[in-house]
Design a protein around this ligand. Sequence first.
Ligand SMILES: [Zn+2]
Length: 318
Amino acid sequence: MSTKVALVKGPELLRYSFPAPHPMNSRRVESFYERVEELHKEMPDAFEIIPPKMATFEEIALFHDPGYIEFVKKKSAEGRGYLDSGDTPSFPGIFEAACYVVGSTLELCRAVLSKSVRRGFNPMGGLHHARRSSASGFCVFNDPAVAIEYLLEVAGLEAVAYVDIDAHHGDGVCYEFYEDGRVVFADVHQDGRTLYPGTGFRHERGRGKGEGLKLNIPLPPGSGDEEFKSAMLEVKGFLMEHEFDLVLFQCGADGLAGDPITNLRYTAASHRLAAEVLCDVANKKCKGRIIAMGGGGYNPENTAEAWTAVVKTFVEKP
Ligand SMILES: [Zn+2]
């Protein structure tokens, strides 16, 4: 008996692609779609395919500053220059592409809340560096952050858990909800002293109502599956001490060996383990509700392998 998984699939998500030689390009998602297609043929009942959907201005404004949204719209029409100090270029249509990423993650939220599925995946989601009023690190709109606001403010959930295993620290989510007592945050990443964005240290555990609700686990460059496993078991223990109504999972594939811009050495076994652990946690804590987002990963072979491991686990785990 398999679990039906909602998968966002469609050419609109491939529009979020910066001009060559930028590492964030559509090939990373295409290679995953090719791989998951094989799995879908083997298990025809495994997926509920959800077409990408654009988020509205109002939805994006649940998290982002309206002036910033207007800025992105203007830069998109101009189609050149940068949205930040030099990591995130503009191109014609980047506004619409970014709206599709956010809207697709929100579609998964609605699918899971309506109880038609318990688990979902948006391969282009997880743009965790964008802040309320700025682009950062290839990220225009922060879809997990918009989803958090949507789940808490529109859907009325009391609390959500956000778990991030991308090689880069999820600074946009961490700091924008640092004092929020409704956001349980755990992030395993390459040590900020050796990688962008340079943050996410052990002593950063939240402030005010968020005190003790943020867990940052930096790993030294060169860390592999063994180091990741210890970190993930610590994340599990931390999550089990808290209460939440849904798990958001940013499963960036840039921690796999062979990624061109990071220095970790995981294999896809780490992604499988993380998905297993988080399905268990979600089953115990929040009726099994978990939404995964692809995040980073700049070697298309790795994104195909790691993300397919996540969705396969979602299908196979009770
Ligand atoms: Zn990353």
